[in-house]
Design a protein around this ligand. Structure first.
Ligand SMILES: N[C@@H](CCC(=O)N[C@@H](CS)C(=O)NCC(=O)O)C(=O)O
Length: 201
């Protein structure tokens, strides 16, 4: 999203989810995203974006003003029901094959329980999420506490976007418009890199 917003050219490689060797070799940790720069290799999204956003077009000062801890709190409280709702569906996205799918489910269900059970608990997670989305909506002016897009919208939008995978889930008009605006501003073309790599094989 940030690369699209900043209109920076880049080449991307989609790693298999069960590929532990490549990320550990690059950064010592099995965590994505990773960006290779001529002078360094970084695996924290915010550090990557800060380094790229040389003209501060994403207003990092706004993140400082409202506080990283406050935004992290939003991400944790939204992330909990969103991840519980979406995991059983993400696992069926075509980026997985049976081996990486099994790896993903084993890893994630260790913390959350079996995916089949998560899917059955959907009403409970939706009940948890509903008031949070209402609370989020109240903060949109039309961006998060701001009339212009900031890094905070990329952080929050990237989380909330995941819900599009949930069958028959309906966003309010305001949230849907927010996410679609972000998509446009960030030239966000979900998984275009993945499909390109598939075509090339
Ligand atoms: N603070 C990191 C978090 C990155 C993160 O959580 N990445 C996930 C994928 S979105 C990951 O690689 N998790 C390791 C795993 O699930 O095996 C960032 O913002 O870049």
């Amino acid at each position: 999203m940030a690369l699209g917003f900043l209109q920076l050219p880049y080449a991307s490689t989609v790693l298999r989810y069960d590929d532990e060797i490549t990320p550990v070799k690059l950064t010592g940790k099995k965590m994505l995203p990773i960006m290779k720069f001529p002078d360094s290799t970084i695996n924290e999204s915010l550090d990557i974006i800060k380094k790229l956003d040389t003209k501060n077009q994403l207003s990092f000062n706004f993140l400082e003003k409202i506080g990283q801890a406050a935004v992290d709190e939003w991400l944790t409280k939204l992330g909990s029901p969103i991840h519980n709702l979406c995991m059983p569906y993400w696992v069926w996205s075509p980026e997985f094959d049976s081996q990486s799918r099994q790896y993903f489910e084993n890893k994630k269900s260790a913390k959350r329980g079996p995916f089949a059970k998560l899917a059955q608990q959907r009403p409970q997670f939706e009940a948890e999420l509903g008031p949070l989305l209402k609370e989020l909506e109240a903060e949109l002016e039309p961006f998060f506490q701001s009339s212009t897009v900031t890094i905070v919208d990329l952080m929050i939008g990237a989380h909330v976007w995941g819900l599009y995978v949930l069958p028959e889930f309906r966003f309010s008009d305001k949230l849907h418009t927010y996410l679609q605006n972000l998509k446009q501003l960030c030239a966000f073309n979900y998984h275009a890199d993945f499909w390109r790599q598939k075509d090339m094989k």
